[in-house]
Design a protein around this ligand. Structure first.
Ligand code: NDP
Length: 503
C-alpha cells in the first residue's frame, strides 16, 4: 500500500464523543509513524468539557431501558456484531495500528484478530453465565444476581492498543455498562477506528465514547468523576498507584494492570533450542515494549556460557526493520522520546559496571533514518539488585545472570517489586511445578512464553497491579453483585405477628 493510500484509511482525527463524530476542544495530539517520524495525524484531544459531556450522555443512555434491561442474549448480539466488524476490517485496523505504534503488520493483524475473539468470547460468556440460586437456610428463596455498575472508564497504554482496549471494553459492555475509553496520547488512532466499528454495530449512540487527551487532564477527570463507577487501567506503575489513591477516596473499585520485570529461567536440563527461541521471543518481540517482556534471564551455571553464547549470536541475527516488511522481527520503538529513555537505562547500566554483549545503540544506515529504532541489547555482569534488574525498561534490553540451583533462582526471581510473569525452561515437569508455585507471579509459562488465551485470567502481584482481566469472571468484575431474598411462608414475621394480629 502506498503512503497516500494509507492516509485515506487513517481515522480523520475527529473524536467519537457523546454519540457524535466531532473535533475535540482540548490540546493537540500528534500521532507519528515511528518508522520514519512522518506525522500520521494531528488531532485535537478531548477537553474537560468534552469529557463532562460524554459522561452526561453515557449516563442517560446507560440508564435507558433500551440498553439497561436487554436480555443477555440480546446484548450479546451487539458484541458479536462488533467482533464481526473487527474481523471484516483486520487489514485496515492492522495498518492503522502499525502506523500508530510502529509494530509489525504481522503483530498488529494478530492483535486485531485477538480483539475480535475477545468481543465474541464475552458475548458467549454473557449468554451462558448463570446467576445463582443460593443454598436455602431460612424460609426465603435466596438468589445472587448481578447488575451493571453504570459508567466504566477504560484507560489504556500505547503498546497493544486494540487488544488492551478490547480486553476492557468487551466485558464492560457485555455487563451492561456504558464505556468511556481513553487511549494513550502516542497511539490515539486505533481506538478511534474501534469507535467506527462499534458505531456500525449499532450500539445506542453515546454508550461508548473514545476520548484521546492528556492523561493528567482527561484521564484524571474520568478517575475523579463521581459518575464513573469503575476504572480499568493498564499502564505504568506510578500512574496506577496514583489512580488507586484517587479511587480509594471515592471508594471506587479499580483494576490495575501495571509493569513488570519478569524472570525467565533456563535450567540445565532444558531443551536448549526451545528455550533459546522462547527467550528471544519473550524479550525482543514487540521490541521489548511489553509488560510481560522476559527482561531478567537466569541461566543455570553449568550451561550458562554455551547458552548465552548462542543467545548473543541469535540476537545479532534478528532482523531489525520496517514494520511493513514481512521479514522484520524487531520494529522501531513507539517514539523518539521513548528510545532516549531506553538508551538512558542502558547507559546507566554500563556506567554501573554492566558488560555489553550486543546492541546498546540505534542501528545505522539509511533504512533506519528518522525512525526510533534500537538494537536488541544484552547485558551481563550485573547483579539482581542492580537498577537494570529492578526497573522496567520497556524496550529490547535483556539482563542475563547465572544461578546455582532451584533455591537460588527462586530467591533471585522473587527478589523484585514486580510479579507479572515468569518463564521456566526445563524438561522436568515436577521441577517446573515446584518452581512455578514458589515464584510470586500472576502468570507462569513452562516451556513457552507470551502465550495468551482470553479464557485464562491475567494480572499481576505487587507493583504489577491488582485485579484480574480475561476469563469468565472478567465479566463479573464489571458488575455489582446483588442478593435477593423472597419470603416463601406468606406468614407475618413472628417478632411482630402478635402486634399485627391485635391491630
Ligand atoms: P502510562 O501509565 O504513562 O500511561 C497509560 C495510560 O494512562 C495512558 O492512556 C496515559 O495517558 C494515561 N495516564 C497518564 N497519566 C494519567 C493520570 N494522571 N490519570 C489518568 N490517566 C493517566 O503508561 P505508558 O503509556 O507509558 O505505558 C507503558 C506502561 O504500561 C508500562 O509500564 C507497561 O508495563 C504497562 N503495561 C502493562 C500491561 C499489563 O497488562 N500489565 C500491558 C501493557 C502495558 P497519556 O498517554 O495521555 O499520558
Amino acid at each position: 500500500m502506498k503512503m497516500d493510500q494509507i492516509d485515506d484509511i487513517l481515522p480523520d482525527g475527529r473524536l467519537f464523543l457523546a454519540g457524535e463524530w466531532r473535533e475535540g476542544t482540548g490540546a493537540e495530539i500528534t500521532s507519528v509513524f515511528p518508522a520514519d517520524g512522518r506525522v500520521n495525524r494531528v488531532l485535537r484531544g478531548a477537553s474537560a468539557a468534552d469529557g463532562q459531556e460524554a459522561i452526561a450522555r453515557a449516563k442517560a443512555v446507560q440508564a435507558d431501558p433500551a440498553w439497561r434491561v436487554l436480555k443477555p442474549h440480546e446484548r450479546a448480539r451487539h458484541l458479536y456484531r462488533i467482533a464481526d466488524g473487527i474481523e471484516a476490517n483486520i487489514d485496515r485496523i492492522s495498518m492503522i495500528q502499525s502506523c500508530d505504534t510502529g509494530k509489525t503488520l504481522r503483530e498488529t493483524a494478530a492483535l486485531a484478530a485477538s480483539a475480535a475473539g475477545t468481543f465474541r468470547y464475552y458475548g458467549a460468556v454473557l449468554e451462558t453465565m448463570d446467576d445463582e440460586l443460593t443454598a436455602q437456610r431460612a424460609d426465603s428463596l435466596t438468589l445472587s444476581v448481578h447488575e451493571p455498575l453504570g459508567l466504566v472508564a477504560a484507560i489504556t497504554p500505547w503498546n497493544s492498543p486494540i487488544a488492551s482496549d478490547a480486553q476492557k471494553v468487551a466485558p464492560a459492555l457485555a455487563a451492561g455498562n456504558a464505556v468511556l475509553l481513553k487511549p494513550a496520547s502516542w497511539s490515539p488512532l486505533t481506538a478511534l477506528e474501534l469507535a467506527r466499528i462499534v458505531e456500525e454495530a449499532g450500539l445506542p449512540r453515546g454508550l461508548f465514547s473514545v476520548l484521546p487527551g492528556a492523561g493528567r487532564e482527561i484521564g484524571n477527570l474520568l478517575v475523579e468523576h463521581p459518575d464513573i463507577a469503575r476504572v480499568s487501567f493498564t499502564g505504568g506503575t506510578s500512574t496506577g498507584r496514583m489512580i488507586a489513591r484517587k479511587a480509594a477516596e471515592k471508594l471506587m473499585p479499580v483494576s490495575l494492570e501495571l509493569g513488570g520485570k519478569s524472570p525467565t529461567i533456563v535450567f540445565d536440563d532444558a531443551d536448549m533450542d526451545l528455550a533459546l527461541a522462547g527467550v528471544l521471543f519473550g524479550i525482543f518481540s514487540s521490541s521489548g515494549q511489553s509488560c510481560i517482556a522476559g527482561s531478567r534471564l537466569f541461566v543455570q551455571r553449568g550451561v550458562y556460557d554455551t547458552f548465552v553464547g548462542r543467545l548473543v549470536a541469535a540476537t545479532r541475527a534478528l532482523r531489525v526493520g520496517h514494520p511493513f516488511d514481512a521479514a522484520t522481527q524487531v520494529a522501531p520503538l513507539i517514539h523518539e522520546d521513548h528510545r532516549r529513555e531506553v538508551a538512558a537505562h542502558v547507559a546507566a547500566a554500563l556506567e554501573a559496571g554492566a558488560e555489553l554483549l550486543c546492541g546498546g545503540a540505534a542501528p545505522e544506515g539509511d533504512a533506519y533514518a528518522g525512525g526510533s529504532y534500537y538494537l536488541p541489547t544484552i547485558l551481563a555482569g550485573v547483579k539482581n539488585t542492580d537498577r537494570i534488574c529492578r526497573e522496567e525498561v520497556f524496550g529490547p534490553v535483556l539482563a542475563v545472570l547465572p544461578f546455582d540451583d532451584e533455591e537460588d533462582v527462586i530467591a533471585q526471581a522473587n527478589d523484585n517489586d514486580y510479579g507479572l510473569a515468569c518463564g521456566i525452561w526445563t524438561s522436568d515437569f515436577r521441577k517446573a511445578w515446584r518452581v512455578g508455585r514458589a515464584i510470586r507471579s500472576g502468570t507462569i509459562w513452562h516451556n513457552t512464553y507470551k502465550q495468551f488465551s482470553i479464557s485464562t485470567p491475567f494480572g499481576g502481584e505487587g507493583d504489577s497491579g491488582t485485579g484480574r482481566e480475561k476469563g469468565r469472571q472478567g465479566l463479573r468484575a464489571y458488575m455489582a453483585q446483588k442478593s435477593f431474598y423472597t419470603d416463601m411462608t406468606g406468614a407475618p414475621h413472628p417478632w411482630a405477628a402478635d402486634t399485627v394480629r391485635a391491630t
